[in-house]
Design a protein around this ligand. Structure first.
Ligand code: PRP
Ligand code: URA
Length: 209
């Protein structure tokens, strides 16, 4: 029992390995992240409720399934969440988008909020919070709390890499929010980085340091 669902599809694992490699270029990293995000979205939406809709095919009327309920919300934790968002919107173009601007103070490892914007009607929508890295989980816990304060009740957290320490802390803070990840790594190092990990996701994605 890890407290998280691991999306272990071979394509996801293959792409993740290439993202981890230190010599993968910024361009390559971004491309892989966009590709992997499509596959992760497929899994995180696998059990969405469907309802029958009456339609007409060219041959006859039929009752056919469509996704039930209000449009999904993808909530991106800036900056790195935006790298996942792009591919997610390719698969679910009608989704609404929330942005939560947070950065992790390098000394305290506490999240500092600098931006928040979310669509209306969070209470009636499934909200998928996205950030490639779940390290200490301080950022994810704060982002989910911000969305709950604005009314969200049905949430999922989607990331690429998680540390066991972060999973435990997140599960304790938000036991009602399932975590989906492509891998669970060994541990956090003394600077709060996931090891073996892939480094700083935002820096690798945008070529900053
Ligand atoms: C990274 C990452 C998460 C956070 C994870 O963002 O994208 O948001 O760190 O760490 P935590 O689980 O210990 O909180 P960062 O703060 O580096 O900001 P950035 O995306 O703007 O680079
Ligand atoms: N944020 C990152 O981008 N990488 C880590 O390993 C931890 C936090």
């Amino acid at each position: 029992m890890t407290g998280a669902t691991v999306i272990d599809h071979p394509l996801v694992q293959h792409k993740l390995t290439h993202m981890r490699m230190k010599d993968t270029s910024t361009q390559g990293f971004r491309r892989l992240l966009r590709e992997i995000s499509v596959l992760l979205t497929y899994e995180v939406t696998r059990d969405l409720p469907i309802a029958p809709m009456e339609i007409d095919t060219p041959l006859q009327p039929m009752s056919a399934p469509v996704i039930e309920g209000k449009k999904l919300v993808f909530a991106s934790v800036l900056r790195a969440g935006n790298g996942l968002l792009e591919g997610m919107l390719e698969l679910v173009p009608a989704a609404r988008v929330a942005h939560i601007g947070l950065y992790r103070d390098p000394e305290t490892l506490q999240p500092v909020e600098y931006y928040f914007k979310a669509p209306d009607g969070l209470a009636e929508r499934l909200v998928v919070v996205v950030d490639p890295m779940l390290a200490t989980a301080n950022s994810a816990i704060a982002a989910v709390q911000r969305l709950k304060d604005r009314g969200a009740t049905r949430l999922r957290f989607l990331c690429l890499l998680a540390a066991p320490e972060g999973i435990a802390k997140f599960n304790e803070a938000h036991p009602d929010v399932p975590i989906y990840t492509a891998a669970i790594d060994e541990r956090l190092n003394e600077k709060g980085y996931i090891v073996p990990g892939l480094g700083d996701a935002g820096d690798r994605m945008y070529g900053t340091k």
